[in-house]
Design a protein around this ligand. Structure first.
Ligand code: MN
Length: 383
């Protein structure tokens, strides 16, 4: 896996310091001689599949229409002004996943997905803002981008899309294949196809406090076990005001709400599981289960790699895979961390990794679940 070594004439280090979360950057020729790893025809195939999130946007005379996939039929390619957006293409195509891996100078936990937009001449989704950082990589043809600093966020009423009502672009560029535009969250942007074109959006996610707490509190409420005291009012005197909420009941509930504290371990565990949880539409193709000894021999011959859909992370003594937490004995940690960081174990590393306590059982279970694949490199063509 090769990380990008420069972006628009800056080292990745300089880019992260000066631009990430701070300021847009146009990087001409970020991918010199770029050739899209995916053809429009393959994108249309993906858009027809019901485990792929896709939508179309069309506009004419200021009227916008939005439709959600899967699409058996798309508008004709010769018709101007329509866009097909396909989310999560990195989950479905190894070559696209490999392109996305070039951005792993940002932690995986911040990565959302790679979306591809195909548009015919004049197509676009209108001026809008996103909450996320994005790299807009021009993959085929030409797109005109106009951008505006964060500001008036009011929206056009009565349209099915979130369109900025007062978009006032301050810069404008034509992007050709291999050019890339980085935008921090909150910048207005409007991309219009000049002739037929295809653009890749490498998108990043960042949880908000409310999103996190809503998920965490729901999970905490579902957690089984532990004592579960119940309110009791033995000895209560008769009431003449039955409509009134009793103070003893309110006080008790107050106490429960205010005294509740998750343990640090509980929060840690939730964070790792939540951040590695695959998106709801993700499913794994399960291979025929392999006996432990056969997996170990195959791994020693060909190495292992994480399936492109697998999300894996580590923190402290724990590794997290696809929403599961595994406590790793000390001797196992370096191998599991290496697998998370590089997404592969080379053939020569596998015998030592399998010998570390607990590792063979974890790798075996992940292999049988379709999370881990034999072979350090994916086969040339994606399924
Ligand atoms: Mn956008």
């Amino acid at each position: 896996m090769d990380l990008l070594d420069s972006i628009g004439g800056l080292s990745v280090d300089e880019f992260m310091h000066r631009h990430w979360q701070r300021a847009p950057l146009l990087a001409r020729g970020a991918f010199p001689g770029f050739v899209s790893p995916i053809e429009p025809a393959r994108l249309f195939e993906l858009a027809a599949s019901d485990d792929v999130e896709s939508r179309t946007v069309q506009s004419s005379d200021g009227r916008w229409s939005l439709a959600h996939g899967p699409f058996d039929r798309l508008p004709p390619r010769r018709r101007a002004g329509w866009t097909l957006l396909v989310q999560g293409v990195d989950l479905h195509d190894d070559a696209v996943a490999a392109l996305m891996a070039r951005f792993r100078f940002v932690p995986d936990a911040r990565v959302d997905d790679l979306m591809i937009s195909f548009a015919t001449d004049g197509g676009g989704v209108g001026p809008h803002v996103d909450q996320y950082d994005v790299f807009l990589l021009q993959a085929r043809g030409t797109r005109r981008w106009r951008i505006a600093p964060p500001g008036d966020a009011s929206l056009v009423p009565g349209v099915p899309l979130k369109l900025l009502a007062n978009f006032q672009p301050t810069e404008e560029w034509l992007l050709e294949p291999g050019d890339m535009l980085y935008l921090p969250p909150g910048w207005g942007h409007d991309g219009t196809a000049v002739g037929e074109c295809m653009t890749f959006s490498i998108g990043f996610r960042a949880p908000s406090r409310r999103e996190f707490l809503s998920a965490f509190l729901a999970a905490a409420a579902d957690e089984p076990g532990g004592p579960d005291p119940r309110f009791s009012d033995r000895g209560r005197a008769p009431t003449a005001t039955p409509g009134r909420l009793p103070d003893d009941l309110a006080d008790r509930l107050h106490g429960w709400a205010r005294d509740w504290r998750p343990s640090a371990a509980q929060v840690d565990r939730f964070i790792g599981c939540w951040l590695t949880e695959p998106k709801p539409q993700v499913w794994f193709e399960t291979p025929a289960p392999l006996a432990a000894a056969r997996l170990e021999r195959a791994a020693a011959r060909e190495g292992l790699r994480l399936d492109r859909r697998t999300r894996m992370a580590w923190r402290g003594a724990t590794v997290y895979v696809n929403g599961e937490a595994h406590d790793a004995p000390v001797a196992a940690r370096r191998w599991l961390r290496r697998l998370a960081d590089r997404r592969l174990l080379a053939a020569a590393e596998c015998p030592r990794a399998f010998a570390a306590p607990g590792v063979a059982a974890m790798l075996g279970a992940w292999h049988d679940a379709g999370w881990l694949r034999i072979g350090a490199v994916p086969a040339a063509s994606s399924p």
